[in-house]
Design a protein around this ligand. Structure first.
Ligand code: HEM
Length: 470
């Protein structure tokens, strides 16, 4: 009887294989769109006996992540979060620790913005280095993804450690390599969340030891900066995450508060979480250059807008954003069509919830199909077409872009660094487009807009030529 009851209240099931269920399920954009077309906004999967509810569409995602946030905000207690994040570092944190760390991160971004070196000024500072590297290439093909990674992690370093690395610094190169490799091992370890014992198989089949080594090396680099901060605490004049973390520890000690989530180890893991979380903007920027090289007409329109509003002698700033509606439309369209994070990290239901006439049971995992908003043809007609014009109305004003923000997820667990991501996207892209034409490598076919899926939706490697126009 209970079985029947459950069967009638769960969302439709996608058929799977005997015993293992939907073990082959790959959350790619086409798969999620097809699933939604077949079954609607809510779909039940079964992966090795674990119930997984796929949530699609703007309205249903909003209902689940915002209105039912009290019961959907948690991540499940799974391998990667416990093994490497040690249930800390914001991304891997649970319960009260997550709440406290989230508040700390949001407040620290605010403090940084009220200090002498805001997020914008740190991004702008690194954009200058980025443009110098582009100049050095002198129009020859460059591995733009590599350049984006180096410069993005330098921005995070500046926010974490209070100073950026000098161009060419070996520690920065090492940090980029470590974070990069660690990021792409994560999807290969998904099975360990179901069967943790597999990590003991001989031969490091799931790269558990390799990942441990990478994470330890990243934490060692963060530790060096923590040690430096401890030695020079009184001399600090810039605000950064480590400095603020140490201040928070002091405040908590004085107030005799529970230090859970704010011990010295948590400081390192917080650094790891911010380095790791930022990979999404690396993907979004990498997609940006790929779409721009494929659409020279769009670059030309952006250049006209920039030339007419900012001119050629000074670089774009965040304050210019409202006067560059077309450039903004291009960035929204890139975020939409590339859907760098097609599915948010899995959440878990901590109570039964009622949605759209179904009962979603406590303990079920929730797969958030963010890309189904970006590719919803009722919101964005012909979603497969790259068309920044869809965000510009007849009077030339920006319009209808709000739903693209689902790319950062919704509700209290949405991206903790959305503001930083938006500043990075805006300053990198407008600064490059202002100064350079973006061309394909001579004699090579245009790089493909087909990507691959490795947790994130990532473009395949490509080179571009950035030729000075000013
Ligand atoms: C275009 C760029 C970005 C996109 C599309 C993006 C998207 C996302 C998404 C979808 C989530 C998951 C939310 C959820 O679980 O519901 C997330 C979480 C997170 N992101 Fe971003 N992100 C971007 C840039 C960044 C950057 C630049 C950083 C840091 C430097 C960052 C740090 C984080 C962190 C720490 C979390 C975990 C938040 C938490 O668990 O409370 N993200 N982001």
């Amino acid at each position: 009887m209970a079985e029947n009851n459950e069967a009638t209240t769960l969302p439709p099931r996608e058929p799977g294989k005997f015993l293992v269920g939907n073990v082959d399920f790959e959350p790619t954009i086409p798969v999620l769109l097809e699933l939604r077309r077949k079954h609607g906004d809510l779909v039940t999967l079964n992966i090795f006996g674990q119930k997984v509810i796929v949530v699609c569409g703007h309205q249903t995602l909003t209902e689940v992540l915002e209105r039912k946030a009290d019961f959907t905000v948690e991540h499940p207690v799974v391998f990667g979060y416990t093994e490497y994040f040690e249930s800390s570092g914001l991304l891997g944190a649970f319960g009260q620790v997550w709440k406290k760390q989230r508040k700390f991160v949001i407040n620290t971004f605010r403090k940084i913005d009220s200090g002498s070196a805001s997020q914008e000024s740190r991004v702008a500072d690194v954009v200058v280095d980025f443009l110098k590297d582009v100049d050095l290439a002198n129009g020859c093909p460059i591995d733009i993804i590599k350049l984006i990674k180096t410069n993005h992690y330098n921005i995070v370093s500046s926010l974490l450690f209070g100073e950026k690395f000098k161009p060419g610094d070996e520690t920065l190169s090492r940090l980029v390599e470590l974070v990069d490799e660690a990021t792409y091992i994560v999807p290969d370890q998904a099975i360990l969340s179901m069967f943790e014992w597999l990590k003991y198989l001989p031969g490091d089949r799931f790269k558990v030891k390799r990942q441990r080594h990478l994470v330890d090396e990243i934490l060692k680099i963060v530790q060096q900066f923590v040690d430096e901060h401890k030695e020079n605490a009184h001399e600090k004049d810039s605000i950064d995450f480590i400095y603020c973390f140490m201040q928070e520890q002091e405040r908590m000690r004085e107030a005799r508060e529970n230090m859970e989530g704010f011990n010295d180890r948590d400081m390192l893991l917080m650094g790891y979480g911010l380095l790791f979380g930022g990979v999404s903007v690396v993907q979004a920027l990498s997609w940006s250059f790929l779409y721009l090289v494929n659409h020279p007409d769009v670059v030309c329109n952006m250049q006209t807008e920039i030339d007419n509003t900012i001119g050629k002698s000074r670089s774009p700033t965040w304050k210019d954003k409202p006067s560059l509606p077309y450039c903004q439309a291009v960035l929204y369209e890139i975020l939409r069509i590339s859907s760098a994070i097609p599915v948010a990290p899995t959440h878990v239901l901590t109570e039964n919830i009622q949605i759209n006439g179904y009962t979603l049971p406590k303990g079920a995992w929730v797969l958030l199909g963010l890309c189904t908003v970006n590719w919803d043809s009722s919101i964005f007609p012909e979603p497969e077409k790259f068309n920044p014009g869809r965000f510009i109305n007849d009077s030339g004003q920006l319009f209808g872009f709000e739903k693209v923000y689902a790319s950062y997820s919704l509700g209290p667990r949405s991206c903790a660094a959305q503001a930083l991501a938006e500043i990075e996207m805006f300053l990198f892209i407008t600064s490059v487009v202002q100064k350079y034409n973006i061309a394909n490598e001579p004699g090579k076919p245009m790089p493909s807009l087909e990507g691959t899926y490795k947790g994130a939706h990532i473009p395949n490697p490509y080179n571009v030529c950035l030729k000075q126009r000013l």
